[in-house]
Design a protein around this ligand. Structure first.
Ligand SMILES: Cc1ncc(COP(=O)(O)O)c(C=O)c1O
Length: 427
């Protein structure tokens, strides 16, 4: 008799990441223009600066041995201090203002691990996380694994709509479920998937609103501020983070990463946590992996200290700003005849454009557009993946388009093919 393995309820709840089939497709069909992958520009990756940093660290025997040893679970203290000092510079506050935050800063294996750990530390099955509509679809996976419910709240061109968020809280309260709300997850800078940023004049009111509802709930409802695209602003200043309005960490959990601004292959992220979340997160992280790659932390510390990181970010911003311009110009041109029925965002940073087709047009794998696009030689991420399932069935008429990977000519060609497929689909 062949016996079957019984998997856990958590594993059974967990589906494969929604875009794994798209990744496979892009690899198998290189002639297809992929506007789907959220990868970074391949040619821009900082090989020389990283090679020099590796040579410097390993060229010094004691430093090399230290880097090749395990580190601590919380991560390299000198690097954490540098990260906090950089927050002080970004927020224009005197050196030392955030000194206490060094002990609340945790280095993680990408920001994906940080947001996963926060979910593990906060959520029990049946708990509620309020997310933007649409949101970063990968975060919906860990919520599914935890058995938590994601409830969406609308955004507009200024990000989270505070009036709508107020209503979302009221509806949850009226159902008697306020006690289950454990987290608000937001991407206030050049969001994935929309490219939209939270308007400056909504930032402090957002904090006030969530604090007021925390008082009503009788318990802190943290805001998880995922700023994965921080640093990649094109032609505008970087926004002040929500965390800068709450540096004591009363409410805001800040999540950042070096993946988009330096190298996703190095997979280094970090979080600045409220004091009472540090130990729970570190205990769970200790069980996951003991600590993030020590060598990677030393490398990032060095490229931050020697200026290579900042020079790289400047080059990247120029590169992505050009790609964004070429892509939007091609979209504007090819979609001109459809302008009254199709709309798209104009991101001031990040890597994504969010397109909206007329209601009723299904952009999913089983709808008419996706196979049409595939035969034209272009793919995108169906927008439906980016919507939490509650409170109503997700809309299906959106597309996430990424301009990070293809070169300028390929982006223009991708826009042309996409417009052809959309025209053929919606008539
Ligand atoms: C919004 C957002 N958060 C987090 C991540 C995770 O990135 P990493 O784990 O590489 O830091 C991504 C990656 O695409 C993202 O788009």
């Amino acid at each position: 008799m062949t016996l079957k393995t019984t998997i856990s309820e958590a594993a059974a709840r967990t589906g494969a990441p929604s875009i794994s089939s798209l990744m496979k497709l892009a690899l198998e069909r290189p002639e297809v223009v992929s506007l789907a992958a959220g990868f970074v520009d391949q040619q821009s990756l900082p090989v020389q600066a990283t090679a020099a940093a590796v040579a410097q660290i390993l060229g010094d025997e004691p430093a090399g041995r230290a880097a090749l040893q395990y580190g601590t679970t919380i991560g390299d203290e000198a690097l954490r201090a540098i990260l906090v000092e950089r927050l002080e510079v970004q927020h224009g506050v005197p050196p030392g203002t955030y000194r206490k935050a060094v002990g609340r800063t945790v280095l993680t294996t990408g920001s994906a691990q940080l947001i996963y750990l926060v979910g593990e530390a906060l959520l029990d099955p049946g708990d509620i996380v309020i997310v933007e509509s649409p949101t970063y679809f990968v975060f919906l996976g860990p919520l599914e694994t935890r058995g938590a419910r994601a409830i969406r709240t609308p955004i507009d061109e200024g990000g989270l709509r505070l009036d709508a968020l107020e209503r979302t809280f009221e509806e949850i309260r009226d159902r008697g479920e306020l006690g289950r709300v454990k987290l608000l997850y937001t991407i206030p800078e050049h969001a994935n998937p929309t490219g939209i940023s939270l308007a400056d004049d909504r930032r402090k009111p957002l904090l006030d609103l969530v604090r007021r509802w925390s008082e009503t709930a009788g318990r802190r409802i943290p805001i998880l501020e995922d700023s994965a695209y921080h640093g990649l602003s094109y032609g505008r200043d970087e926004a002040r983070s929500l965390w800068s309005l709450d540096p004591e960490g009363e409410t805001v959990i800040l999540a950042r990463t070096f993946s988009k601004t330096y190298s996703p292959g190095m997979k280094l992220g970090y979080g600045v946590l409220p004091a009472d979340l540090v130990d729970p997160v570190l205990s769970i992280k200790g069980n996951h992996d003991f600590g993030t790659s020590n060598l990677v932390q030393k490398l990032v510390r060095l490229v931050l200290a020697n200026g290579e990181y900042d020079r790289h970010v400047e080059r990247l911003k120029a590169l992505y700003a050009r790609k964004r311009d070429v892509f939007l110009e091609a979209i504007d041109r090819h979609f001109e005849p459809l302008r009254d029925r199709v709309s798209w965002t104009r991101p001031e940073g990040g890597l994504y454009v969010w397109m909206t087709l007329p209601e009723g047009v299904d952009t999913g794998f089983d709808g008419p557009l996706f196979p049409r696009c595939l035969s034209e030689g272009v793919i995108y991420v169906p927008g439906e993946f980016a919507f939490a399932p509650e409170p109503t069935p997700p809309p299906r008429n959106h597309l996430r388009l990424s301009f990070g990977v293809p070169d300028e000519a390929t982006l223009a060609e991708g826009a042309r093919r996409l417009a052809g497929a959309v025209r053929a689909t919606i008539g």
